[in-house]
Write a protein that binds this ligand. Structure first.
Ligand code: ASP
Length: 416
């Protein structure tokens, strides 16, 4: 009798489960009130602990293997530089768009959620250039790891990757294999943790609604609109402008050529899972040579995440606003730089950006519990930001291919 029901349940997708978690969380928060808080706290905290557990090993392996990916490719010099220049420039534009919007709209200001954070002022205001540099360069890597200081770890991994790629062939291949395999297993563990998201969402949402009532959703709505507006501006204005100015190609035609990949990214919320289709569309439809697409796209699926970068910046600022924490210029600068680094370190899998949020919150000393606030709408934003990520990779590939003379006839003409 139970088997058919069980089979039916198995068919429900993760996204649907997360929505169910949200709804049950809201309902139990409202109906049970404070009685749900102890249980909800444990469930929500366990989920957050799992996220925190994976963060250091994930960054360590993903950044190092990302750098090695560049180091071992042919034509590394020029192509690598062009690719990185585009990736950094487009991500920075995305972040600044988000920063501008969140400062104008101020979605979290005035949200009376009664949330206060126990944050020492020095965590946030200490922000002279020297301080920022000290926060990046570690004096003790193990200390940084145990204390969850992410920036020094990223710094070390960048150096590690560069020097591994300088080793003799035998050792270089061995080390590269180790880091690639390590990254693979960390991705699988992250994937596994994400299966607990519906439960985590339930716990965190139930706790929030039980403590704050429905007010949270009003400000969450504004937060959602801010991220969405930023992503749309980047998708429909900034990236097409990049294409027009840097390659003199038609962005609408390119959008059409990449359509299947962009939709797949939207539905799967994973740039890595979409990669085969992105490659196919770039080569078959957009006429980009395999030499360019096979270098730029896999790298992009790993390190270039414009949508994620924009979202990380807006989310961090939103959390600061909700907790009534004023972020000065230096702190906002730290948010921009960490959002860039975090997006580079984000794995191309569903909700990986949410895991990376911890980096930025830690870097500027914001409460990690803030993640609980934005969880409710994260699934939908993930779909849109993933499509933005893949769209940015596609535009970069087109621009680089054009500059290298590696662009053939494209399939769709705008007039057809
Ligand atoms: N899901 C995104 C991607 O695969 C990463 C993220 O969570 O922001 O591109």
């Amino acid at each position: 009798m139970f088997r058919p029901v069980l089979n039916q349940l198995k068919r429900v997708s993760l996204t649907a489960w997360i929505f169910i978690g949200i709804i049950l969380g809201i309902l139990s928060g409202i109906t049970l009130g404070e009685t749900i808080i102890p249980v909800a706290t444990i469930i929500g905290d366990l989920f957050l602990r799992l996220l925190k557990m994976i963060i250091i090993p994930l960054i360590f392996t993903s950044i190092t293997s990302g750098v090695l990916g560049i180091g071992t490719s042919k034509n590394l010099g020029r192509l690598g530089l062009k690719t990185m220049a585009y990736y950094i420039a487009s991500s920075l534009i995305a972040i600044l768009t988000g920063l501008l919007l969140v400062n104008i709209i101020k979605p979290g200001v005035g949200a009376e959620l009664g949330l206060t954070a126990d944050v020492s002022a020095s965590d946030i205001t200490a922000g002279s250039l020297g301080d920022i540099l000290y926060r990046i360069v570690p004096d003790n890597l193990i200390y940084s790891m145990t204390n969850g200081e992410i920036l020094p770890i990223i710094f070390f991994c960048l150096i590690l990757g560069v020097f591994i790629s300088k080793l003799n062939n035998r050792h270089r291949i061995l080390m590269t294999d180790i880091f690639n395999a390590g990254f693979e297993v960390m991705m699988s563990i992250t994937h596994f943790i994400i299966w607990f998201a519906p439960l985590g969402v339930f716990g965190l949402i139930a706790k929030i609604t039980a403590t704050t009532g429905l007010e949270v959703f009003r400000s969450l709505g504004m937060y959602f609109i801010t991220v969405l507006a930023g992503l749309l501006i980047h998708y429909l204005v900034s990236l097409p402008l990049f294409v027009i100015i840097l390659s003199k190609e038609n962005p609408v035609r390119h959008l059409k050529n990449m359509g299947i990949a962009l939709l797949t990214a939207f539905t799967t919320s994973s740039s890595s899972a979409t990669l085969p289709l992105t490659l196919e569309c770039a080569e078959e439809n957009a006429g980009i040579s395999n030499k360019i697409s096979s270098f730029v796209l896999p790298l992009g699926a790993t390190v270039n995440m414009d949508g994620t970068a924009l979202y990380e910046c807006v989310a961090a600022m939103f959390i600061a606003q909700v907790y009534g924490i004023e972020l000065n210029f230096a702190a906002q600068f730290t948010v921009v730089i960490t959002a860039l680094l975090a997006s580079i370190g984000t794995a191309g899998i569903p909700m990986a950006g949410l895991v990376m949020m911890t980096i930025i919150l830690k870097a500027v000393g914001l409460p990690l519990e803030g993640i609980g606030l934005i969880l409710a709408v994260d699934r939908i934003l993930d779909m849109i930001r993933t499509s933005t990520n893949v769209w940015s990779d596609s535009c970069g590939t087109l621009i680089i291919a054009k500059s290298e003379g590696e662009l053939k006839e494209s399939r769709f003409d705008i007039n057809h």
